[in-house]
Design a protein around this ligand. Structure first.
Ligand code: BG6
Length: 471
């Protein structure tokens, strides 16, 4: 059974839904020059084919959208603050008042309906100037810019926001240094030394934000956020198991530091073997001791690992590589669907850390078709999405029965938005369909999908209806 105070809701990120990329003093961010997402090259200046420049125009339509979330019964809404709305360049002294006022209005609108905002401080949207001028998180100065930004938003919103996340999928910087870490140097040219120095700076910044949050907002809860893709051995061969262990260490590293407050031993070995010397400033060790209140993560899929590079078919469509699991089906984008992997991930993290967990992303990216419903209104018959979410939520409930402490669940892209990996709009996750297409056409009108009414009932019954047959 789901606990009474379970936080049901949905999740978005500023760069994938707001649009208005230059309005009210916003500066450019790295998303404004990546028209094709991580699968394509970046551009010097924003180009018209970049769907994120308009996105779904949440900037002007947030009232209508939050009203729809309220109609579904959301208790929580995860969104990010676009750093470049608050500090357009990133390194200036004074924040942009119009940017601050926008989020005041958004949070007020949430509270009007009793919805708690859950805010990601940095979600793949580093100000472009910080990326180009400083090479993003490779540069230690980023800690200071981030600190100024968090002090500004904590001070401004401390009465309105109780739940905070420091960085979206912080571990993804290992795979996508530009997207995740704002590192302008091309991935192929970036040394492991610089990459891990950047990781260190982000970890220190995250711990510093945690420290400041605890000082400025004693009632607030602040968590870290990681990309969680469980890795299974392709075979029971001990070498495959060791391969899994070593790959897992690369991810566990981020949670170990956030929760235990220090670098784990296996990283010391890794650094030694790869001749990496992470520079610690004198204060870093102390700062890292400020550990998070909860752990949040995204979960979409699992993968397999093999020690033998000739075994298995290469995994598709996710940041981490790996090989395909012969027992699982995949989405249209090649992400292998594994509801039980979510129960496994929840148990495994809880056993390791005994910290409350928050599932802040999960969902199915699919092509939807807008059709006329029985009542004559336009809708999407997205039974495939309902089936996906139902199976995952049943596994969340299993984990609760296993004794795992879970704060809530915000499915990804509760309203259709632009994809992070491919920058497409046709990869839709929402309960709400947005009439906007990849060629820039569409009215931007919103339509309730079948899943809208289904999720409404899930929330209303606090998960009870998950046990009923789907109609
Ligand atoms: C997560 C990101 O990795 O996955 C989101 O935090 C992203 O920003 C989501 O949108 C789904 O990925 P995609 O590529 O389908 O949008």
């Amino acid at each position: 059974m789901f606990p009474k105070n379970f936080l049901w809701g949905g999740a978005t990120a500023a760069n994938q839904c707001e649009g208005a990329y230059l309005e009210d003093g916003k500066g450019l961010d790295i998303q404004d020059v990546t028209p094709k997402g991580i699968v394509g090259p970046r551009t010097e200046v924003p180009t018209e084919d970049n769907m994120k420049l308009v996105a779904i125009d949440f900037y002007h339509r947030y009232k209508e959208d939050i009203k729809l979330f309220a109609e579904m019964g959301f208790k929580v809404f995860r969104l990010s603050i676009a750093w470049s709305r608050i500090f357009p360049m990133g390194d200036e002294e004074q924040p942009n008042e119009k940017g601050l006022a926008f989020y005041d209005a958004v949070f007020d609108e949430c509270h009007k309906y009793g919805i708690e905002p859950l805010v990601t401080i940095s979600h793949y949207e580093t100000p472009l100037h910080l990326s180009k001028e400083y090479d993003g998180w490779v540069n230690r100065k980023m800690i200071g810019f981030y600190e100024k930004y968090v002090r500004t938003i904590f001070g401004r919103y401390k009465e309105k926001v109780k739940y905070w996340l420091t960085f979206n999928e912080i571990n993804s910087v290992l795979h996508e240094p530009f997207l995740s870490g704002g590192i302008y140097t091309e991935k192929e040219k970036l040394s492991r030394q610089d990459l891990y120095q950047a990781v260190h700076h982000e970890l220190v910044a995250s711990a510093l934000a945690t420290k400041i949050a605890h000082e400025m907002m004693p009632e607030a809860k602040i968590g870290c956020m990681v990309l969680n893709i469980p890795i299974y051995p392709l075979t029971p061969h001990p070498d495959d198991m060791i391969e899994v262990m070593e790959r897992r260490h690369m991810n566990d590293f981020f949670l170990d530091v956030h929760v235990r407050g220090r670098y784990p031993g296996y990283m010391k070995r890794y650094f030694k073997e790869h001749k990496i010397q992470v520079q610690f400033a004198p204060e870093d060790e102390e700062i890292l001791k400020h550990t998070v209140d909860f752990i949040s993560f995204s979960y979409y899929m699992s993968i397999c690992a093999s020690a033998d590079p000739d075994q298995g078919e290469a995994g598709r469509g996710n940041l981490m590589g790996g090989v395909m699991n012969p027992y699982l089906e995949a989405s249209e984008w090649g992400w292998q669907i594994d509801p039980k992997g979510l129960r496994y991930a929840l148990n495994e993290m809880y056993d390791r850390y005994q910290k409350p967990l928050f599932i802040v992303e999960n969902g199915l990216g699919a092509v939807d078709e807008l059709v006329e419903g029985k009542d004559g209104k336009l809708t999407v018959e997205d039974d495939y999405r309902i089936a996906y979410l139902k199976e995952h939520l049943l596994q969340v409930e299993e984990a609760i029965e296993d004794g795992v402490e879970i704060m809530g669940y915000t499915s990804w892209g509760c309203i259709d938005l632009v994809s992070a990996s491919t920058a497409e709009l046709r990869k839709r996750y929402g309960y709400i369909y947005v009439d906007r297409n990849d060629d820039g056409t569409g009215t931007l009108n919103r339509y309730k999908k079948k899943s809208f009414y289904w999720y409404q009932k899930v929330i209303e019954s606090n998960g009870e209806i998950l046990h009923q047959e789907l109609k």
